[in-house]
Design a protein around this ligand. Sequence first.
Ligand code: HEM
Length: 412
Amino acid sequence: MTDILDPWGGWGPAIRDDPFGHFAKARTRCPVQRVRLADGHPAWVVLGYDAARHALNDPRISKDMLAALQDNGDVVAEGLPGPEFSRHMLNVDPPDHTRLRRLMSRAFIPPAIAALEPAIRGIASHLLDELDAAGPHAIVDLIEGYAYPLPFGVIGELLGIPAADRPRLHAWFQVLLTGWAGDPPPEAVEASDGIVAYLAELVAAKRQRPAGDLVSVLVAAEDGALTSQELLSSLFQLVVAGHDTTASLIGNGVVALLDHPGQLRALLAEPGRLPAAIDELIRFTAPVPHATFRVTTEPVTLDGVEIPAHEQVLVSLGSANRDPGRFPSPDVLDVGRSDGPNLGFGHGIHYCLGAPLARLEARVAFDELLGRHPGLRLAVDREALAWAHGDGLVLRGLVSLPVVLGPGRRPG
Ligand code: HEM
């Protein structure tokens, strides 16, 4: 096996802003290939749709990265917060995964999600009122003022995080999700410590005074079915998984619609198309371009390529969702597309638990925004927009999205 490997991740602005051409070239060369990550570690990247779907559902490709770290310190770099906060669903295999997922699922059953709609609409409408206060011709940042605080407010409601505490948590998460190369900078360590201490306090408070929120439900289960390490890890993961992803979908989706005015007009004319459009925007804009890391526990052959045991595997959802073998004209945004499901929320036992909530949040976010401001436009040149998120592997979202909202059609 050659050691001269193509780099994957840590890309410069050209690829980071529009990675899809790069993915297509690599996929055409080989749908499964060995690459070198920005941190220097080797990994296998899976780019074709069929191979990606298979990899996400193969029990020989494990999510227990901590065990891999212990077995082979060379494979995985430690992240923040430390390993003691890493016992959550995305880092474990069955039977632990089955137990944790069953507990968490209680908060994500369809009636519980549907019941959140009025609260989500209230948050969206309130945020738009605040942006509108700047006047119809003002330049506002749609990421800071809408796309980000909306899902953050929703996850706060779901977990029962008091509204007064949210700005502090929000600031810490922003530091942590910016990403860095090499050792974490002091502000990231401080943010991570702050979040960890805050979540421990929240759990203690809910233990004393339980309410109807998810943290209270999990605290009640803690003694029997969940260790306190699993509880804190799961809360941390839920906040991370639950807001930046959806914020990126809203921001990326607005830009994609502004790039395709015909598609935007079709949606404005028929808002009933929104649910299908949300899935197409996920496929097309890849808010989560790669699934989280996996590791082979034994040799696995994908698309005729054998990946040896104990190797890191990175499944490129963004590439798989543009595979022409699966989606005709994959580089065309078509809000009426009816090609069936894409891999944007993953596949198999780790399929996104929050997918129904994310879809609802995005539907409400676009409905409120476009219903009120159908004429919104970019306030900067398209090329001036910058996509960034750490190494660009697991999250793809805009740093900011300056827009002019224009006159409001619907009062707040
Ligand atoms: C547009 C928004 C979202 C996208 C694109 C997205 C995408 C994903 C993907 C691709 C995975 C699988 C990762 C893997 O297999 O490595 C995943 C897992 C997960 N997501 Fe989401 N997600 C979104 C929103 C949310 C929200 C709002 C929540 C919760 C409030 C959430 C909670 C989770 C959880 C708990 C898992 C782990 C499930 C498991 O391991 O069984 N996600 N998500």
